[in-house]
Design a protein around this ligand. Sequence first.
Ligand SMILES: Cc1cc2nc3c(=O)[nH]c(=O)nc-3n(C[C@H](O)[C@H](O)[C@H](O)COP(=O)(O)OP(=O)(O)OC[C@H]3O[C@@H](n4cnc5c(N)ncnc54)[C@H](O)[C@@H]3O)c2cc1C
Length: 663
Amino acid sequence: MFDRSVERIEATDEEIEAAVEAASVPALMMSMIQMSGETGLLEGAIRPRPPEMLDVQLGLTPEEQAVMRKEALQVIRAYRDAGCPPAPPPSSETIDRMLAFLAGEPRFPEALRGLVLEELDLEGSDPRRARIDPEAIRRAGSDFHVILIGAGMSGLLVAFRLKQEGVPFTILEKNPGVGGTWFENRYPGCRVDIASHAYSFSFDPGEWQHLFGVHGEVRDYFARIAREYGLLDHIVFGAEVERATFDEASGRWHVEYRHEGRAASASGNVLVSAVGQLNRPKIPEIPGRESFRGPQMHTACWDPGFDGRDRHVAVAGSGASAFQLVPELARSASRVTVFQRSPQWMLPNPDYHDAIPEAHEWCFHHLPGYARWYRVITIWGQLDKAEARVEIDPTWDDGGLSASAVNRALRDQLVGYMESQIQEPGLLEKVVPDYPPMGTRMLQDNGSWLATLQRPNVELVPTAIERVTETGVVAEDGQEIAVDAIVWATGFHADRFLWPLEVEGRDGALLSRAWSDLPRAYLGISIPGFPNLFCLYGPNTNVAHTANVILISELQASHVLSGIKRILEHDLATIECREETAREYESRLSEALERRVWSHPKVHGFYRNASGRVVVNMPWSAADYWQWTRELDPADYLETPREVETPVGPPRTRGGPEARRTD
Ligand SMILES: Cc1cc2nc3c(=O)[nH]c(=O)nc-3n(C[C@H](O)[C@H](O)[C@H](O)COP(=O)(O)OP(=O)(O)OC[C@H]3O[C@@H](n4cnc5c(N)ncnc54)[C@H](O)[C@@H]3O)c2cc1C
């Protein structure tokens, strides 16, 4: 399924040589083992040294790479000349050895094994599939329905899993298209900061033009997923959900939404929120904003007709979106002034803007296992020892510049990287953060940010905008600057989960009230008092140090599907997270968060809510989260059997999701 290497090799020696030159050598080595069945490489002297940061060569020196490329040429030629015989996945014992080899360890870390094997899935068996007993689905009857809110990455993922099982569902989506973030964010320069081959579903690798996909190709990927897997027919577009109410008598969720300007409703046994964390653009309350006479827009609402030429553009913010936008904008705008409240850390990644050479693409299509090994290699640096980089050492004190010795070493490395690029006097002081690295999202950088800031038409003002006038902006340091347009690269209401939805659970409990101090959900997914409600990308599930959001969503989708499986196979009306389970989880979470760099006193930013608690990020490694989410433990949930339902209260809302006009 994932392994597209089924295509027979008909390439010439020269073409193979070009492909081998472009390949990731560690992935090539794994594929060589699959092609030849020979495992001698695993005992050889040329061995990966897993790096701290993204490096698909896993620390192999250019000389070592050259030796291996030469050997690969022989192996691939022999494989081609033998007619490309089937190259089945190695035995599980050999896979363990291969993983240990890549990890540079005598044994592959046990804690990571399960997760990595799932990601690898050399058999193409789709291990995250729920495998619900079809008889249970039949027994539940045609009335059984799942309502999903949101057709972004997470919503499509759950929809795919439900479709696989034949569980009826509907997605309500406010936009006219799928893809969420990638449907909305179209500002110049917008792209992923996780390698494309990892920022894709485990069941469908995608075809990528760039090592880090630009927004258009990511949007196309999700559009194809929706089309090819038959999800489009299940989506009601232009349907903004406003309210969801749990009806205790029927054990169903009643959902109210606006569709084409009119009120409509739907009902279902299970409600899945996939509304995203970064879906509600945030523009700070700045006096005078409405008085500005020129164009202004948030990065997530980019006007495709906007032409920066001959304009002086103010960009408010220097975070992830500004970091991508400004280098593009500065090419056409007559002048760009960036207002920076707080500088950002950046990770050197020379390949960040690179297209995937055709020769490398060839490897994904022709070399057995290459695509899957490459995927694992791209996430490897974010899985192993990830926590050490974000751990606060309480005994460490360097005036708050870093959080531990490991973190300090990273800081020094990153400051050195910045220094090496700066010629402009005074710039270094403005761009080096005074807080520890990893405290905010680490931005992938190929040098374009600092090069752009040193262009003659670009200025960095190291304060936020305090006021907007009819013709410009006034910075907090008092500078008044006339500008023609303003771009708000000011992020999202990331701390307001499921907002502005009104969700009413058992006994009329409102989620907005339950979460007014602190959004809390067991595993970020389930909430006591809200039966049969599951959240994707809920509180404390963003990842800033481990894996990527798609992988975490896949783990959450497994948990949700195992909940739905439980409901169906055990004839349950509802399942509901136990209060004590959620409380115990919350206390573990708080305790772990206190030890993470995002809680460091010098770190501020969107990971925290108004009270200062980190509500966005997950403190653990993806491997831990995998352990906890892979299967729903019935002991964590209260269960209500379908038979014991007492038919009291308002009449049961029947039927599936059909839009029902109520005005
Ligand atoms: C610019 C940007 C770049 C990112 N890059 C990366 C990256 O490189 N790596 C990474 O791991 N993560 C990244 N993320 C984070 C994350 O991967 C994405 O936000 C991802 O799209 C999350 O998917 P989602 O489906 O959970 O949410 P979203 O993509 O936000 O989708 C939510 C969907 O729900 C719909 N919706 C919301 N409310 C309602 C409602 N009331 N009624 C009906 N529909 C509703 C929205 O219209 C949207 O379609 C990025 C985020 C942003 C904003």
